[in-house]
Design a protein around this ligand. Structure first.
Ligand SMILES: [Zn+2]
Length: 108
């Protein structure tokens, strides 16, 4: 009789541990899904807030094309932004073309 009771207790304890572990894993999965959703929503919010906005003053950036290279110039503070790879394009130009590019970049 005692043996039966002991086995029963063991079974309940084991079952309880499995239920708690399942609940913990399910909670962890929900937390990860929630974090992923928040991250995506946060990234979308940040992109909508900053896209084509000057990183220094927040005014609208205007795209200009100089010698085949697109640069973004701030409509307010005149700061200039190069997208990834655009500065490389300028640096790969021959010296005379590069000088010409920078002269055109300076507005008089
Ligand atoms: Zn600006």
């Amino acid at each position: 009789m005692d043996e039966d009771r002991r086995r029963e207790d063991e079974w309940f304890q084991k079952n309880e541990r499995q239920l708690l572990e399942s609940a913990r894993l399910a909670r962890q999965k929900r937390e990860q899904e929630r974090a992923a959703r928040e991250k995506t929503a946060e990234l979308q919010r940040l992109k909508a807030l900053h896209l084509m906005r000057c990183p220094k003053c927040g005014h609208a950036m205007q795209e200009e094309e100089l010698q085949g290279v697109k640069v973004d110039r701030c409509s307010h503070c005149e700061g200039i932004y190069f997208d990834a790879g655009e500065l490389d394009q300028v640096l790969m130009k021959k010296e005379e073309a590069r000088k010409g590019f920078f002269k055109k970049l300076v507005k008089i």
